[in-house]
Design a protein around this ligand. Structure first.
Ligand SMILES: Nc1nc2c(ncn2[C@@H]2O[C@H](COP(=O)(O)OP(=O)(O)OP(=O)(O)O)[C@@H](O)[C@H]2O)c(=O)[nH]1
Ligand SMILES: [Mg+2]
Length: 374
């Protein structure tokens, strides 16, 4: 077997080099992430070291009588090799999936408060590294210290550039049906009641509610309570034909707010149930409601499950119950989706804010003053 060692900045680059030499027949024998010492402990650089090999293929046998046994031998040998290769690739892929954790100590002291703050907020490590690097570069190029206020401006600009292309703001008022989806207990019903109340009180529009949440009596009662306060009609639908009937009944209304049941949407069957009852082909805006108190990884699973729907924007609830909202930025970036509203309390309709690029960035950075004085 011919063997060769390759060093590259990324695994993708390393694999390109391997392929250039050995074609697609290369076997990865080992792979490592190595770290250069860097300068004064700064600029430590990670690179990937791969040892690859290429086995010269055996000459095909012409002896008919041993052909079968030889084939079996070769097949099991090849299968073994393939299996090893696949296990190796799997390991590599796993290690590539996760960016290495940010090492804050590699950055100058002046930047520590800001970077630690972002870390505490739960901003993704690769984003913190990018911010740290760009501030550090600026300091070196201008030979200037960055005061915390300058850093704040820098970070604001960074996030602004990152998110300003995404859609922000509440319902468009251009579509009659407004629908909220999301896991159990995140605040779907409360939030839709808040939005409907605003629509009725501020826009003076005729509104009504449809609920498909028939799993709990209390859920229907909860929505009825809000609807009664607004003197708005409610239809409870158990089937697609009920849904159709409710739509006909609400023909005279300006806006219809559709509340759905919170289920364990990690299970696809609940997602399918939703598709069955609600007619998503209507002139409809659909929002995915997520609670800021949920784990980012769990929210990610839910977002993946809801990819089957055309989700306009996120609605993030329970901002008041957490001090770390980094996941809001991480998820926006990852899924290129903006935010319609965020909610910060249980009061209907008060505790609802229409999201803008500016106010979500302010939310992220508002506790920095505490960090500065500590
Ligand atoms: N602190 C806080 N509580 C909230 C907020 N939004 C909703 N809640 C509370 O969260 C709880 C659940 O709210 P619901 O509106 O019933 O949530 P849901 O998503 O409709 O729940 P299911 O229909 O059971 O899936 C209630 O006690 C709400 O008052 C918020 O922004 N902040
Ligand atoms: Mg509900």
């Amino acid at each position: 077997m011919n063997m060769k060692k390759y060093t590259a900045d990324t695994m993708v680059e390393a694999m390109q080099k391997v392929r250039a030499d050995f074609g697609d027949h290369a076997i990865i024998l080992s792979s490592n992430v190595v770290e250069s010492k860097g300068f004064l402990g700064l600029f430590k650089k990670k690179s990937v070291e791969v040892v690859a090999g290429y086995d010269t293929p055996k000459q095909p046998s012409t002896r008919l009588n041993t052909r079968e046994s030889l084939q079996a031998d070769e097949t099991s040998e090849t299968t073994k090799q393939l299996k090893n290769e696949m296990a190796e690739m799997k390991k590599l892929l796993e290690s590539m999936k996760y960016a290495p954790p940010v090492e804050l100590s590699q950055f100058p002291d002046e930047l520590q408060t800001m970077l630690r703050y972002l870390k505490k907020q739960g901003i993704a490590d690769e984003v913190i590294t990018e911010i740290g690097n760009s501030m550090f570069t600026y300091m070196k190029e201008t030979k200037q210290d960055l005061t915390i206020d300058m850093q704040l401006e820098h970070v604001k600009t960074f996030f602004k550039e990152q998110i300003e292309a995404f859609p922000f703001g509440g319902i468009s008022f251009e579509k009659k049906y407004i629908n909220v989806l999301g896991p159990t207990g995140v605040g779907k019903t409360t939030t839709i009641a808040k939005i409907a109340a605003r629509t009725l009180l501020e826009k003076k529009k005729k509104v009504g509610f449809i609920t498909t949440d028939t799993y709990r009596i209390a859920a229907i009662e909860q929505l009825r309570t809000y609807a009664n306060l607004l003197q708005a009609p409610v239809e409870v639908v158990y089937s697609p034909s009920d849904f159709k009937a409710a739509i006909d009944k609400f023909a005279h209304l300006d806006y219809v707010f559709i509340d759905t049941a919170g289920r364990n949407y990690k299970e696809s069957k609940f997602v399918e149930d939703l598709k069955e009852i609600v007619d998503f082909t209507l002139d409809m805006e659909t929002f995915l409601v997520l609670s800021m108190t949920s784990k980012e990884e769990d929210m990610r699973v839910i977002i993946e499950q809801f990819k089957a729907f055309q989700i306009e924007k996120f609605i993030f609830t329970k901002m008041d119950e957490t001090n770390s909202i980094g996941s809001l930025f991480n998820l926006m970036n990852e899924y290129h989706s903006g935010v319609a509203y965020y909610t910060n309390g249980q009061e209907v309709p008060e505790d609802l804010e229409e999201a803008t690029v500016g106010n979500v960035i302010d939310l992220l950075l508002e506790d920095l003053s505490d960090a500065r004085s500590s």
